[in-house]
Design a protein around this ligand. Sequence first.
Ligand code: T4K
Length: 373
Amino acid sequence: MNDKLYVGRPNIGNRERFLQRVNEMFDRRWLSNDGPLLKEFEQRIAEVIGVKNAIAVCNATAGIELASRALELKGEVIVPSYTFVATAHALQWQEITPVFADMNPDTHNIDPAKIETLITPRTTGIVGVHVWGRACDTRAIEDIAAKHKLKVMYDASHGFGCSAGGRMLGTFGECEVFSFHATKFINCFEGGVVTTNHDELADKMRLMRNFGFVDYDKVVYLGINGKMNEVCAAMGLTNLEAMEEIIALNKRNYHAYCEELRMVAGVSVIHYDPAERNNYQYVVIEVNADVCPRNRDEIVDALHAENVIARKYFWPGCHRMEPYRTTQPDAWKQLPETERVAARVIVLPTGQTVGEETLRQVCRVIRDAATKS
Ligand code: T4K
């Protein structure tokens, strides 16, 4: 590959339409703070998901902070370790201790069977993560939460446009948080949205997103600046118009990867349930070093040597990152599946910049590396 091929290369919708929106924004001289593009974007998101409230924010990390603060989570909150570190950091930033639960290796999501033993008198909630857009076991999580009077919210950063049991992600738990970062299936440059069917919670988060202001001079909550600006909303609206096109492209790439890598011993592509809606944004392979003559790191090295910048998300797991590795040095003992799977995963490039020939080249590198003894 002559140029570097990245995971997370942004998908970009119709540029003229985006620039037109930005031009109109300049004419209006309304750049942020509840502007018309933001309102339109929130409405479109709510329609796509079929949820009553969508609160756009400057990024998903701020969204998780906002939601967990509005839900009054404190003390300890149970989260998976196998997630982007932002899930844990958003809690720890508010001095809430993330308590790491192990994953189910078949789904890469938090294993509900591991949650109950971690509950203590200090536990106030559970933050599930729909890793790769594959829904976590919401029913089991919410049953445990009801039994122990805990609150549940989801980090749905990967899951926009995905469903579980035919119901769109964004409608589960007290609320869900999506990311629209540049690397996400739909992007706003930077951005996120919190969705909820609970009107009171939505009203609270809307105010907290804007410093807690309820009126010009009246502040009713401790708040932050979590607002999304108009340029980001313009980008989001434009990319939403290309949503089905991007899904089709991602799906085609996903199936092509499955086909090209089908016969490579010890390499498997994770499965998406065809009965659900998926955005296919993540092409994730697992390398089983018991079968494959090369381990995950050797295959990643081979890819990088050919300019394919594949990623090891979410290695080594949050519990092996600071501050958690210092504050919770024994956490790994409860996380055998997280440790095992995190050492096997590679995320491959997809999206608008990956055409058929490029994809075949990537697979050729993997095949060559994986079959050399
Ligand atoms: N929860 C979960 C489960 C998440 O996955 C994330 C974010 C969050 C919460 C927090 O959401 P936000 O607060 O960000 O909205 C990247 C993203 O920055 C991060 O948003 C994302 N997850 C994570 C999975 O990926 P890094 O540390 O890997 O970023 P970096 O700089 O290495 O870039 C990622 C790749 O994207 C590279 O291959 C280069 C490519 N890229 C990136 C940008 C920004 C481009 O090609 N063009 C670009 O403009 O975290």
